[in-house]
Design a protein around this ligand. Structure first.
Ligand code: HEM
Length: 414
């Protein structure tokens, strides 16, 4: 048995990232790890050596460390020839979140303009309208699943409209994206959902071809133009970028709205505070991002050389995962970290990451959550959980933290 595996077995904190128990409530395990094994060595189900980083200061350092690279090939890591995660087999596997400079800079700069806080602010009216339309549809019900009714459709409609996906296809995108997101950080799952990936790529091909013939005022038409100019964007990068934006736009904000509303329902005095002072919403969103953030672990990083990191040697080719939701509950950084405090300041959480891969969509996610939560609380002041908290279940998978369902009772506009 190798030294590394022995060390892993001797570790006194037990962590199984794929265990349902962990998924239901990761915070006690994160607390143990921060105390006892802040840079924790483990082995992924596929045999990959991995390190989990759980303290705030270490997480911030790791997110900015240029020797932890995003493209596994830059860490001398060979992706199996038949793996769907190998860019040679998968037209979706070449985007900025798995790229390093200079490619990363080039890819990010192509879409950065569309996501500036000013540009996104211009969408306020439309996002408010979509939110109200979604809430209108629920008026006659006594109880709803807030995930299906609001948290999920809102960000999908918004990102699809920004890209230019026709309305009648939004549902298809929702289904594909739901399944394909499970492949992030998980090559095994990628094999299982191969059919969905193929259907999604087939759709993209037709759609992109149509837009080539008939460009419109939307992001996809701008990107196609960049691709046609030759040296800015290859065809594979175009497909991958659209895929990344759709996945990021579908799978994250839903959890901010879902986890955020749950946190408020479990802290009625904080909910009341926000209802009485809706102007607190910006602070509130930051605290909800910190308290139970939508992205539990950062996406994969790889050590490009042997690196001494906080007393451990991380070997070249090892996988590094940063536990963002753990860093955001680190008592060394946040006083009373397990308390939800909508007035918390300062609040420099890591829910959107840090460094060059800092979330491109942060201004959009913030605005969507702001409008969704404030509109909801205004229109449904008596909103309450419609089940016992321990009956709630969390979606499987180690990347995201989000509820399967959030049943709420709906006492109509009183
Ligand atoms: C609350 C919602 C969201 C959260 C918590 C979130 C979180 C994150 C995090 C943690 C990263 C960095 C991952 C890493 O370094 O490994 C990231 C990157 C990214 N996010 Fe988001 N995200 C959200 C919403 C969005 C939205 C709505 C979009 C766009 C439609 C988006 C687009 C992106 C992109 C393109 C990147 C890659 C940036 C790069 O590599 O330079 N995100 N996000």
């Amino acid at each position: 048995m190798s030294d590394q595996i022995t060390k892993h077995l001797e570790s006194h904190v037990k962590l199984n990232l794929f265990d349902d128990h962990f998924n239901q409530n990761p915070y006690p395990t994160f607390s143990d790890l921060r105390k006892d094994e802040p840079v924790y060595q483990t082995i992924m189900p596929d045999g990959q050596q991995a390190w989990i980083i759980t303290r705030y200061e270490d997480a911030a350092l790791a997110l900015k460390e240029p020797r932890f690279v995003k493209d596994p090939e830059n860490a001398g890591h060979e992706i199996a020839a038949d793996s769907p995660l190998n860019p040679k087999n998968n037209i979706l596997a070449k985007h900025m979140l798995i790229s390093d400079p200079p490619d990363h800079r080039r890819l990010r700069s192509l879409v950065q303009q569309a996501f500036t806080p000013r540009k996104i602010e211009g969408l306020r009216g439309r996002i408010e309208e979509i939110t109200n339309d979604l809430l209108d549809g629920m008026e006659d019900k006594d109880q709803i699943d807030l995930i299906q009714s609001l948290a999920f459709p809102l960000p999908i409609i918004v990102i699809c409209e920004m890209l230019g996906v026709p309305k009648e296809d939004h549902d298809k995108f929702r289904r594909w994206s739901n399944r394909i997101v499970e492949t992030v950080n998980n090559a095994e799952r990628a094999k299982e959902v191969k059919g969905d990936i193929e259907a999604f790529v087939g759709y993209l091909r037709d759609w992109i071809d149509k837009r080539r013939q008939d460009p419109r005022e939307d992001m996809i038409s701008d990107l196609i133009l960049a691709e046609q100019e030759g040296d800015k964007l290859t065809e594979q990068e175009l497909y991958s970028l659209v895929f990344l934006l759709l996945i990021a736009g579908h799978e994250t904000t839903v959890n901010l709205i879902g986890n955020g509303v749950l946190a408020l329902l479990q802290h009625p005095e904080q909910k009341r505070l926000l209802q009485n002072h809706p102007e607190l919403i910006k602070n509130a969103i930051e605290e909800l991002l910190r308290y139970d953030g939508p992205v539990m672990f950062s996406t994969s990083r790889w050590a490009s050389e042997d690196i001494d990191f906080i007393g451990k040697t991380i070997s070249k080719g090892d996988l590094v995962l940063i536990a963002l939701d753990s860093a955001n509950r680190d008592p060394e950084h946040f006083p009373e970290p397990d308390k939800l405090d909508l007035n918390r300041e300062p609040n420099r959480h890591l829910a959107f990451g840090k460094g060059i891969h800092f979330c491109l969509g942060a201004p959009l996610a913030r605005l969507e959550a702001e409008l969704a939560i404030n509109t909801l609380l205004r229109r449904v002041p008596n909103l309450a959980l419609a089940c016992k908290p321990d009956a709630l279940t969390w979606r499987p998978g180690m990347l995201m933290r989000g509820l399967d369902k959030l049943p709420v009772t709906w006492r109509r506009f009183d």
